[in-house]
Ligand binder design. Structure first.
Ligand code: SAM
Ligand code: SF4
Ligand code: SF4
Length: 374
């Protein structure tokens, strides 16, 4: 059977250079968008490349040997990333997550981590500095990441069964290697580790219960993520989404009762549950069936320096064009550009999707997850 894929439209080159506002004011440490949402979380994609070809993210049929990844000169360098991050932190960002592509493929990533770890929040605190990885290089890098100043880590793992895992990553990586990476990260002091499992109905949903069992009684927090309609290349269909309510039902039916836990903070993406008897935590991220746009305080910086105000945005704001402009714009000018973009933000794609799933599917041209990061 040949699967049908939607052709990839390259959204990366669109000209979206923001204007410098005429009136400039110093950042106050608090920004609010058009729907009253703050800005607390910045996700930075450090590479668009990956050594996996997860079927729900970078299907091999699209991301093949002819696929044009960004050239090195297009990527923001570490000084540029840190400069932008510093401005975001002055606007109230407290948490930075490095992502990709596979962030551990970016050369000298530890150096960037050390530069970001030196930033301080508006009230003088260290940042919550974290990273999402597929875990393939983690066993050898965990200690150097910790030494550089990383505070926490999220590792993606979609199955324990090697056949199913390889069907998901389509690159012959083994689950055992990822488990070794998780163990090394815990050993290095990067715990509690969050383990993300994307559930694609009919592909890896039989791994829900074995994964829950495996991580029960460990300090790691397993989170089940609904398969999302990000990008244009994964051929997403609603009937491949397994609702989180069903994930929870299956875990309980397998003899692992759960009790709900309050959110750590407003805007947390996962709904949290404890295994009865206090033997570990799980979470569910229900971006499709229970949209959580109302508290979304996340901004995303793409590998080539475009600012996206939503994971499902169809265009970004080209901050790199300003960073590299001969006019040498000041931090104050860049800060006001970012403030203006955030003030105008009205994104709530997932909520709208819930209302109009079919229409949105056909209308929107969205960027790829591997380009913008999760
Ligand atoms: N390569 C790293 C990794 O896989 O952890 C970081 C980047 S990846 C794009 C970030 C997260 O997005 C991963 O946890 C991945 O499983 C998730 N993801 C990618 N495509 C997705 C989709 N279509 N639906 C839900 N989650 C997705
Ligand atoms: Fe790579 Fe992560 Fe996307 Fe998988 S989910 S293809 S590991 S970027
Ligand atoms: Fe935030 Fe957009 Fe996701 Fe809604 S759809 S939670 S606005 S990133």
């Amino acid at each position: 059977m040949t699967e049908k894929f939607i052709p990839l439209i390259d959204r990366r080159q669109q000209q979206t250079r923001p204007a410098i506002p005429e009136q400039l004011s110093a950042p106050s440490g608090v920004l609010s968008d058009a729907l009253g949402r703050g800005l607390h979380d910045l996700r930075i994609s450090v590479t668009d490349r990956c050594n996996f070809r997860c079927v729900y993210c970078m299907p091999r049929q699209v991301f093949d040997k002819d696929y044009q990844f960004l050239p090195q000169t297009a990527l923001l360098n570490f000084e540029e990333i840190t400069r932008i991050a510093r401005i975001f932190v002055a606007h109230g960002v407290r948490k930075i997550r490095l992502t990709g592509g596979e962030p551990l493929l970016r050369k000298n990533i530890e150096k960037l981590i050390a530069m970001l770890a030196a930033l301080r929040t508006v009230d003088g605190q260290t940042l919550d500095l974290t990273l999402t990885t597929n875990g393939s290089l983690l066993a050898r890098k965990a200690q150097s990441l910790k030494d550089a100043g990383l505070t926490r880590l999220t590792v993606s793992l979609d199955a324990l069964d090697e056949n199913i895992f390889q069907r998901m990553n389509d690159a012959e990586f083994s689950a055992a290697e990822v488990l070794d990476g998780i163990a090394a990260a815990a050993e290095a002091g990067l715990g509690p580790i969050k383990v993300n499992m994307v559930v694609k109905a009919g592909l890896n949903d039989q791994e829900i219960v074995p994964m829950a069992r495996h991580f029960k009684d460990t300090p790691h927090i397993l989170r089940f993520i609904e398969y999302m309609d990000v990008g244009a290349s994964n051929g997403w269909k609603m009937d491949e989404v397994l609702p989180s309510d069903e994930v929870l039902r299956r875990i309980e039916a397998a003899g692992m009762p759960l009790t709900p836990v309050a959110a750590n903070y407003s805007g947390e993406t996962a709904t949290r549950w404890h295994h009865a008897g206090g033997s570990g935590e799980i979470g569910v991220i229900s971006s499709v069936t229970h949209a959580f746009c109302r508290d979304c305080s996340r901004a995303r910086l793409s590998t080539e320096g475009k600012l996206y105000t939503c994971l499902f945005a169809s265009h970004g704001h080209d901050l790199r064009a300003l960073l590299r402009d001969p006019a040498a714009y000041s931090d104050l000018e860049l800060s006001n550009v970012i403030a203006a973009i955030w003030h105008a933000r009205t994104d709530r794609y997932s909520e709208l999707r819930s209302e109009h799933t079919a229409a949105l599917q056909s209308d929107r041209k969205k960027i790829e997850m591997s380009y913008i990061g999760g």
